[in-house]
Write a protein that binds this ligand. Structure first.
Ligand code: CUA
Length: 155
């Protein structure tokens, strides 16, 4: 089979791009472990209140400068409301939804998570600067969606 020069170049570049992207994806996936989250945690969305993690939503100090915010989301509120945490603390948000899909977005940070019924969402953040951070639901969840918000106060 005889190829044109231009066809050869095209083929070589095409195959090179293909191989390179497979190598990069493989490196990220296997060497850097950048795959989708594994060990997915689930729960019965009808029994959130009875679940050991979510029976008492709130802000907990779990170690030196470490906090957990255990939070449930439902139409159209975040529980607990008005969270206070000290500046510089590492905060793990542990969340689930009691009804439909909600969003958890903290304005001015890169915190942005989807919170789904039946799943436990964990996300970590350190707030270095004191301030008030607006928390919004960014998944349309019903008639009161635009009212669903709270604040995180960092002191
Ligand atoms: Cu909750 Cu939109």
């Amino acid at each position: 089979m005889k190829f044109h020069r231009a066809e050869e170049i095209f083929l070589v570049i095409g195959v090179a791009i293909l191989v390179l992207s497979m190598v990069i994806t493989g490196y990220q996936g296997f060497a850097k472990q950048m795959g989708p989250p594994s060990g997915m945690e689930t729960l019965d969305p009808e029994k959130v209140d009875e679940h050991e993690l979510f029976s008492e939503p709130g802000v907990y100090e779990v170690g030196e400068n470490k906090y957990q915010v255990v939070m449930t989301l439902q139409a159209f509120q975040f529980t607990p409301n008005n969270i206070e945490i000290p500046a510089g603390a590492e905060v793990e948000f542990i969340m689930t939804s009691k009804d439909v899909i909600h969003g958890f977005q903290v304005a001015g940070t890169n915190l942005n998570a989807m919170v789904m019924p039946g799943y436990i969402q964990r996300i970590k953040q350190t707030f270095d600067e004191p301030g008030e951070f607006l928390v919004l639901c960014n998944e349309y969840c019903g008639i009161g969606h635009q009212l669903m918000g709270t604040t995180i106060t960092v002191k």
